[in-house]
Each structure stands twice: as structure tokens, then as C-alpha cells.
Design a protein around this ligand. Structure first.
Ligand code: NOJ
Length: 571
């Protein structure tokens, strides 16, 4: 791997002042509890992140996206928020948060935080008030309470299922001790859905967005952005009724809670708030919606950008990649946003593992929380022996290098720069934390395997994650993937990411690419307007590279040939 290009000329100050900084950003997702533990309680924390700012700077990312760090019982890894305008005491204080934001900003790194508006936790003071208040009270109206069906209200208001398995309704005990109403929870029962028809709910979230924006937060990742508004009439349709309506229900925005048209009124109001700041605060929607409806979330009058998870759901396959890239670039252009690219996050099987699994039959229609191949592996118990680790990593490096050459924002997930594999069946059931494991016991092992604390050193009690243990067990093979080991290796995945991200910052100015035909269905070549080309060989037969200097490659070249499962950039 050789690098002959000069490094970026854009200064940190220019990046920090640029209202369009997000359009081509490389954004690094931190799952705070598993990143770095500064105080030895086994849980990653805010000061741990601050201490690693030099690492993030050396990696070359433009922004950090912080998954929830708010007070929480961790029924869903922090996506069950007790208090929206505070820091979990186990992770630090608001002062620690300010110090972290300031350290990131001084290093020229923007800060995006996760906002969880669809549901609060069941420990939130509003929900506690709702439980103590009578049926029909204003306190209950902040959530979605309904009487049950059946003679005694003993049946849930509908047969809907929660995303994590089991019913989407939970019955409460009324203050007088009698069995009472039911509340809706699309996710875990500890995550009651908020009622976005209630003006107090809307006001409070504006206050939260202002609170963090005033503290210097540069942008927001909006959790389950497509579920906030609901249409829950007196008689609720059954799951079978909904299924009978087919795709039209989704395409017309008529589903009772997914992707309803009026959700965009909320985001138009948020956009006004974001634009009061200079530079305007940014937002990216997590919206698992029909591709034809994604642009609504990404419009400049709305959140401005939306995740597309299409590449994440594709196999390592040239045709699937080309189709996905072409479609998403066109969509982004039509909406006025830039595209987003993601291979890994805290909800899916790490791509270095996914790509080492046998290809799935129909990954494009993959499960809502995971690429299909990864999902099947989780369902099968996540056995390491079913993974071709070497092939998975080789492909993951090729795919990531291709992604870094694309116009749009690249979202990376902590640990992918180390080529980390998913931890599967090595996590004993007794140590699992994910509600999707508990609500589906015996069916799937859940998402803990991509949330295992990072290995910073080859030794130590928690591979340098902190001075003591780690809240999820780390396997012995983490040692070889550690930052310490990889920093010393020129051909490590960490070195590849650093080199590629430094080069990527020179591609920022434009948002287009041109496909070049190769005569090989398993090889993709595209050129960016600065003249650089990215070449990926998805197959196994070596491909003769076109003329040009090699800037970087994901695996060693074979003379003038690009071997299988490899990407190279040429100038
Ligand atoms: C999406 C988040 O990414 C996931 O981790 C969480 O479980 C659900 N939303 C519910 O908040």
C-alpha cells in the first residue's frame, strides 16, 4: 500500500465554521458504555472519550456521533432515557460533557448526539406520574394508554408485536391496586411510547434540542424518527388487517404508527430551531422506511439527512453495490441532502463478520435491524466456527475503502477501524444485556456482540478498555485486534482506515461519480471529478488495474493486478 498524494488543505477552523460540514463527513459512532472506561467501573464514560480525542484525531474523522449517554436503567442500552437533559452519573457529569465537547471541538471534530423522541423510559418522571394518575388524566395523555379488550379489559388493545418480540402493549396496575389500562411500547416494555399529539411533549423536546445546541452540540441523530406520530382510532386494526393492505399502507403513509405523513410537521418545527444556530445544527434520521419515502426525512426543510441502510443489507456483490449506490446518489440529489453510507452500527452484526458468512438468499429485503445474513447467523446462535474470519475481514476492508471513495457521509462504528469481528456465542446467556435476547429467549442472541468494549491494548484486565473489567466479556482474540497491536503494523486495518480517511478529506468538494465499464461483472470502477478512481474486485479472479499511481489499497496488490475482495484507489 502506497500513499503519494499530498494531505488535505482544509483547516480545522474552516471545517468547524462550514454550514455544509456534514455533507461529506466521516462520522464515527461511539457507543459510550463500550468505548473507554476512565474510572474502572467496567462501563465506558465521558472522560474516557475525552482521553481518546487524540486517537480520533489521528484516525481522521470529522465528527463523532454519541449514542445515548443519558440517565437510564439500560433496559435497551441507554435508548430508554430517564432524563433527556442530563448525563448518566455512571458516565459522568454535565461538566464532563462540556469538557469532552470542548476537547473534540479544539481538535476540529464535530459532535452529534442521539435523541430518542419516540419513547422515554418507564422511569421517566412523566411515566411515573402517569402511573400514579387516574385514567383520562393529563399525565396519562403524554403517553399512549388504552383500555384493554375482553370483558375485564384483560386483553391488549390490539395484537401488535413489539420490535423486540412479544406484545406491543403492557398492562398497568392502577393506583388503587386493580388491573388497569394498557400502554403502548413499540420496543421494550421499559420504553413507553410518547404521545406526539400532546403539545407538552412537543415543547419539551424543543427544550431538549435547545439545551444541547446551546451546549455546543453540532447535530442530532434522531432515533426511530419514523414512528413519532400515530393514528390510534377507537378500534385498532389487527396485524392481519394491516398485512392485508400490503405495501400501499406504507407507501401512502397510512400505517397506524410507522412513517405517517404528519411526522414531518414535527421536523419542520425542529428545522426552524436548528437554523437559529450558526452554523445551523444538523440532523440525521434513523428511519427504516420504504426507500421511496426516505427523501422526506432528508429534505432541507426537515431533518436534512437520513440514513440509508441499503449497503448494510447488501451482500458483498458488485451488482448489488452498484445498484444501491446509483439509486441512493440519485435520491440524495433529489432531496437536496447528501447520501449516507453505513456498514456497521450498534444494532447489526459487524460487517467483518457478515461478509464471512454464506451469502443470504435475499438480503435486499433484510430484517429491519440487521442484514439478512447477519440475522440468520444470530438466529443460529452466532457460532464463530460458521464464520470465515479472514475472508470477512478482507471483504470488509475492501467495502470500507470503497465507501470512503463515495460522495456523501460515511458513518463508521467504533471498532470497525480495527476490523473487529462480532462476538457471538462466546458471550454466555447469563451476561447478555440486549432486550431482544430476553424478549426472544431461545430464538436469537441479540445485539450484544457488536457492543463488546474495545480492545486498546494487547494485555491488561480489559485490553486497556479501563483499569478494571468490562461490562460485557471480551474474548481472548481481541488482543490481536487491539489498537496497540495495529498501530505498530503498517498493513493493519487501523493503518488502512487512517490512510484512507486522510485521503478522503481531499475528495470533499464535489458529490458526483462516474462509473467506468470494466467488462467484468464482478469489478466496479468509478471516477471522482478530481480524477481519482476507485476499483473494487468483488470476485476471486485478479483484475488488471488501469494505468495510474496507487494511492491506497485494502489488501496487497499482485503486481499490476488487483486480487479478489480488494479495493484500490488510483490517481
Ligand atoms: C434504534 C436504536 O438504534 C436501537 O438501538 C434501539 O434499540 C431502538 N431504536 C429503540 O430505541
Amino acid at each position: 500500500m502506497t500513499t503519494t498524494a499530498t494531505l488535505a488543505t482544509r483547516t480545522d477552523a474552516e471545517h468547524m465554521a462550514d454550514p455544509d460540514w456534514w455533507r461529506q463527513a466521516s462520522v464515527y459512532q461511539i457507543y459510550p458504555r463500550s468505548f473507554a472506561d476512565s474510572n474502572g467501573d467496567g462501563i465506558g464514560d465521558i472522560n474516557g472519550i475525552t482521553a481518546k480525542v487524540p486517537y480520533l484525531k489521528a484516525l481522521g474523522v470529522d465528527a463523532v456521533w454519541l449514542s445515548p449517554f443519558y440517565p437510564s436503567a439500560l433496559a435497551d442500552g441507554g435508548y430508554d432515557v430517564d432524563e433527556y437533559r442530563n448525563v448518566d452519573p455512571r458516565l459522568g457529569t454535565l461538566e464532563d460533557f462540556d469538557a469532552m465537547a470542548s476537547a473534540l471541538h479544539t481538535a476540529g471534530i464535530k459532535l452529534i448526539v442521539d435523541i430518542v423522541p419516540n419513547h422515554s423510559s418507564n422511569r421517566h418522571e412523566w411515566f411515573q406520574e402517569a402511573l400514579a394518575a387516574p385514567k383520562g388524566s393529563p399525565a396519562r395523555d403524554r403517553y399512549i394508554f388504552r383500555d384493554g379488550l375482553g370483558d375485564q379489559g384483560e386483553l391488549p388493545p390490539s395484537d401488535w408485536h413489539s420490535v423486540f418480540g412479544g406484545p406491543a402493549w403492557e398492562r398497568i396496575t392502577e393506583p388503587d391496586g386493580t388491573p388497569g389500562q394498557w400502554y403502548m411500547h413499540i420496543f421494550a416494555k421499559e420504553q413507553p411510547d410518547l404521545n406526539w399529539d400532546n403539545p407538552e411533549v412537543r415543547e419539551d423536546f424543543l427544550k431538549t434540542l435547545r439545551f444541547w445546541s446551546d451546549r455546543g452540540v453540532d447535530g442530532f441523530r434522531i432515533d426511530v424518527a419514523h414512528a413519532l406520530t400515530k393514528n390510534l382510532e377507537e378500534t385498532l386494526p389487527t396485524t392481519a388487517d394491516l398485512e392485508a393492505e400490503g405495501e400501499a399502507l406504507y407507501l401512502e403513509g397510512r400505517h397506524p404508527y410507522w412513517d405517517r405523513n404528519e411526522v414531518h410537521e414535527i421536523y419542520a418545527e425542529w428545522r426552524k430551531l436548528f437554523n437559529e444556530y450558526n452554523p445551523p445544527r444538523t440532523a440525521v434520521a434513523e428511519a427504516w422506511v420504504h426507500a421511496d419515502r426516505r427523501a422526506r426525512y432528508a429534505s432541507p426543510e426537515g431533518l436534512g439527512q437520513a440514513f440509508n441502510f441499503d449497503l448494510l443489507q447488501a451482500d458483498f456483490d458488485a451488482a448489488q453495490f452498484r445498484k444501491t449506490i446509483t439509486k441512493n446518489l440519485a435520491e440524495a440529489e433529489a432531496s437536496g441532502a447528501s447520501s449516507t453510507w453505513v456498514f456497521s452500527n450498534h444494532d447489526v452484526v459487524r460487517h467483518a463478520t457478515r461478509y464471512g458468512l454464506p451469502a443470504s438468499a435475499s438480503s435486499a429485503e433484510g430484517d429491519i435491524m440487521s442484514g439478512q445474513a447477519g440475522k440468520q447467523w444470530l438466529l443460529a446462535g452466532g457460532r464463530q466456527e460458521d464464520v470465515d474470519v479472514e475472508l470477512g475481514l478482507r471483504r470488509a476492508r475492501a467495502a470500507s475503502l470503497l465507501m470512503f471513495a463515495l460522495p456523501g457521509s460515511a458513518y463508521l462504528y467504533q471498532g470497525e477501524e480495527l476490523g473487529l469481528q462480532e462476538v457471538g456465542s462466546e458471550i454466555p446467556d447469563s451476561e447478555r444485556q440486549d432486550p431482544s435476547f430476553f424478549r426472544n429467549k431461545g430464538v436469537e442472541i441479540g445485539r450484544d456482540g457488536c457492543r463488546v468494549p474495545l480492545p486498546w491494548t494487547a494485555g491488561g484486565s480489559s485490553f486497556g478498555f479501563g483499569p478494571a473489567g468490562s461490562h460485557l466479556p471480551q474474548p481472548a482474540w481481541f488482543a490481536d485486534s487491539s489498537v496497540e497491536v495495529q498501530e505498530a503494523q503498517e498493513d493493519s486495518t487501523l493503518s488502512l482506515y487512517r490512510r484512507a480517511l486522510a485521503l478522503r478529506s481531499q475528495l470533499q468538494a464535489d458529490e458526483t461519480l462516474e462509473w467506468l465499464e470494466t467488462g467484468r461483472p464482478d469489478v466496479l470502477v468509478f471516477r471522482r471529478p478530481n480524477g481519482w478512481t476507485s476499483v473494487t474486485n468483488f470476485g476471486t479472479e485478479p483484475f488488471e488495474l488501469p494505468a495510474g499511481d496507487v494511492l491506497v489499497s485494502s489488501s496487497p496488490l499482485e503486481g499490476a493486478f488487483l486480487p479478489g475482495a480488494t479495493t484500490a484507489w488510483l490517481q
